[in-house]
Write a protein that binds this ligand. Structure first.
Ligand SMILES: C[C@H](O)[C@@H](O)[C@@H](O)[C@H](O)C(=O)O
Ligand SMILES: [Mg+2]
Length: 438
């Protein structure tokens, strides 16, 4: 299987009209149409790999272009060649002498890298007949390290330190794997309180979620302080004092404004404020973290943190208290491994970003690996869950009692139903016929 040659890469622009009902809306993305650049790689042995990156509506066509530009690196190689030196292959994609100019390792080209490499990881896991998390958990530590590009992060984490973390993680690994298979990984929900939802909907969704066993809830904030106070009060009243509340501003504020605004919401005892300001402002995040620490509120960020170098600086500057890795924003599993290992060294909990289209399906693999092989801790840790669009996946996430149950099917849970892809392809899919703007 590993010797199979990659003969073709195709990419589709797949969009869902989620903005119609305000699903996914936040202070900065008020009309998100959840979308993916969806990649399929074919091999001469018949095995296929599926990959995607999450985007919003119009942005998708640009990501599709970037994936097409990268496809030449993949077609004609074989899986064995790629995984025998995955670090080199990652660099090939991210360091091309001409294309790196539009990155490097950031923005559209990095999203495209994620889509392509997610398909390669899916192919690898399928070739080994394992779900991706299990492929990672069973992989020899040196082999795992060989997938990571350490360039630019050795001042924070050396290869030897990374190896030591993985070797330490061997202790108790089997028990943790069994525990995950039995109990699953703890999750929180964002589905109840998108910014465009009216109070009545918020109340109803929150009440239902509580009944379904959810204990941790995230609320969108940042447009109007009085609205935020009202919404947070409402949710606190419904969930009670002992359940967990998080707030997310999606980069709405300046640094000083963030501190004042969040201080006004402190009475609702949020565990964290997520993306208070520009995702690129490391020192700004550090200032906010310092100011909010006495209130017991941490800073969470990462869904738009585009590479390991940014995470390195956020960690070095004590600018975040929760690391939100993203399976499609960072350069696939390779770069996520680097961030998980750095977070472990800096002892900052990882609470992945999920939701969108397929992000829950993908990131569950990474956080399972993190618990079983790296962090060995569940303290202050949980993975985001959003209850949209799972029905379009061949192996959708399974949530039991607010926990992610480890996927069993081989691969990275990235394959979408053919019918769903056809119907939602933009602009020709049935869903988009007669839709305004199409
Ligand atoms: C546009 C999206 O729905 C975002 O609002 C969403 O990813 C969010 O920031 C989250 O944390 O889930
Ligand atoms: Mg967020």
């Amino acid at each position: 299987m590993l010797k199979a040659k990659i003969t073709r890469l195709s990419v589709s622009d797949v969009r869902f009209p989620t903005s119609l009902e305000q699903h996914g809306s936040d202070a900065m993305h008020t009309d998100p149409d959840y979308s993916v650049a969806y990649v399929v790689i074919e091999t001469d042995g018949g095995l296929k790999g599926y990959g995607l990156t999450f985007t919003l509506g119009k942005g998708t066509e640009i990501v599709v272009c970037a994936v097409e530009a990268l496809s030449a690196f993949v077609v004609g190689t074989c899986l064995e060649e790629i995984v025998s030196d995955f670090r080199a292959f990652y660099r090939l994609l991210t360091s091309d002498g001409q294309m790196r100019w539009i990155g490097p390792e950031k923005g559209v080209i990095q999203l495209a890298t994620a889509a392509v490499l997610n398909a390669v990881w899916d192919l690898w896991a399928r070739a080994e007949g394992k779900p991706l998390w299990k492929l990672l958990v069973d992989m020899d530590a040196k082999k795992l390290i060989s997938c990571i590009d350490f360039r630019y992060i050795t001042d924070a984490l050396t290869e030897q330190e990374a190896l030591d973390i993985l070797l330490k993680g061997q202790e108790g690994k089997r028990q943790r794997e069994e525990q995950m298979l039995k109990e699953g990984y703890p999750a929180y929900t964002t589905s109840c309180a998108w910014i465009g939802y009216p109070d009545q909907q918020l109340k109803q969704l929150c009440t239902e979620a509580l009944k379904d066993g959810w204990t941790r809830f995230k609320v969108k904030v940042g447009v109007d302080l009085q609205d935020d106070i009202r919404r947070c009060r409402l949710i606190r009243q419904i969930i009670g004092p002992s359940n967990t509340l998080m707030i997310d501003a999606n980069q709405r504020w300046d640094v000083g404004e963030a501190v004042t605004w969040v201080t006004s919401l402190a009475e609702f005892q949020p565990l964290w404020i997520e993306e208070p300001t520009s995702p690129d402002d490391i020192l700004g995040h550090a200032t906010i973290s310092k100011a909010l620490a006495p209130l017991g509120i941490g800073v969470a960020t990462g869904e738009q943190c585009h590479n390991r170098v940014m995470f390195k600086q956020l960690l070095q500057a004590s600018a975040l208290q929760f690391v939100q890795i993203d399976s499609c924003r960072l350069g696939s599993v390779n770069e996520n491994l680097a961030v998980l290992l750095m977070a472990c060294k800096f002892q900052v909990p990882v609470c992945p970003h999920a939701g969108g289209v397929g992000l829950c399906e993908l990131v569950q693999h990474l956080i399972l690996f993190d618990y079983i092989s790296v962090s060995a801790s569940l303290h202050n840790r949980m993975c985001e869950y959003v209850d949209h669009l799972h029905e379009h996946f061949k192996s959708p996430v399974e949530i039991q009692n607010a926990h992610y149950m480890p996927p069993k099917d081989p691969g990275y849970s990235t394959e979408m139903l053919e019918e769903s892809v056809l119907q939602h392809q933009y602009p020709q899919g049935d869903v988009w016929q007669g839709h305004p703007g199409c």
